[in-house]
Design a protein around this ligand. Structure first.
Ligand SMILES: C[S@@+](CC[C@H](N)C(=O)[O-])C[C@H]1O[C@@H](n2cnc3c(N)ncnc32)[C@H](O)[C@@H]1O
Length: 223
């Protein structure tokens, strides 16, 4: 663990224990489906779903023929993802682990996906997660992920524990009791040093909460 801001997986572990908690995290995102179609045409083989939760994207990737790996800090999430995989008659290599210390070889993956994952922490944690993603991606490989946008209505609210890092609900028990990092487009481009952005869009995840803006990005790992 890089430092004590890398804690949100503990709240997610609780969320994944209830059917209610899992209910809105079961269908793959349209963005992911769209890109996966293109990646298939480009012969992408090895894929990692980083912070896989209960496995909606990992299972989708495996069903599309990718050699799929999935990692999460939540053992409960991994357990549910494993069950879904077995039910679907698919194979996925699952690991319980942290995004800042990935148990994978350098340049191992053609595609890494981290949907709503790597902004859980302070700038140091987020930077370490990005450098780990860069390390395990092949040159020319594709990263797809999200970051919290400064347009998000929770930006600037609660306690600022580090630059642009807020704990919205200190006394709560959910994800918002843990640090979240926010950035604007310029800061995002700086963070993804060593990548060439192919797509960057600020998207309101209003199906979860109004004004819940997230950057959606697709980037190529440079040589
Ligand atoms: C919002 S959920 C998203 C799950 C999944 N990516 C999806 O789109 O369905 C965030 C996930 O990231 C995991 N997570 C948060 N911080 C992590 C860390 N430092 N290392 C590994 N996993 C982490 C949580 O346990 C949780 O499963």
């Amino acid at each position: 663990m890089v430092n004590d801001t890398e804690t949100a997986h503990q709240a997610w572990d609780e969320t994944w224990k209830s059917e209610n908690g899992r209910a809105i995290w079961l269908d793959p995102e349209e963005d992911v489906r769209d890109l996966v179609g293109k990646l298939k045409a480009a012969d992408t083989v090895k894929a990692l779903d980083l912070g896989c939760g209960v496995g909606r994207h990992a299972v989708y990737l495996a069903s599309q023929g990718f050699e799929t790996y999935a990692l999460d800090g939540s053992e409960t999430g991994i357990e549910h993802a494993r069950q879904q995989t077995e039910k679907a008659g698919l194979e996925i290599d699952f690991r319980v682990g942290m995004m800042t210390d990935l148990p994978f070889d350098d340049a191992m993956f053609d595609y890494v996906l981290a949907f709503n994952v790597i902004y859980h922490g302070d700038p140091k944690t987020v930077g370490k997660a990005i450098s780990e993603i860069r390390r395990i991606l092949k040159a020319g490989g594709t990263y797809q992920g999200t970051m919290l946008s400064k347009r998000n209505d929770h930006f600037g609210k609660g306690e600022e524990i580090e630059k642009d890092t807020f704990i919205y609900d200190h006394d709560g028990t959910g994800d918002e009791a843990h640090p979240h990092f926010y950035c604007n487009a310029r800061e995002l481009v700086e963070l993804f040093d060593g990548f060439e952005l192919q797509k960057l869009l600020d998207v309101d995840h209003s199906h979860r909460r109004p004004e819940h803006w997230h950057w959606h990005l697709v980037a190529e790992r440079l040589a």
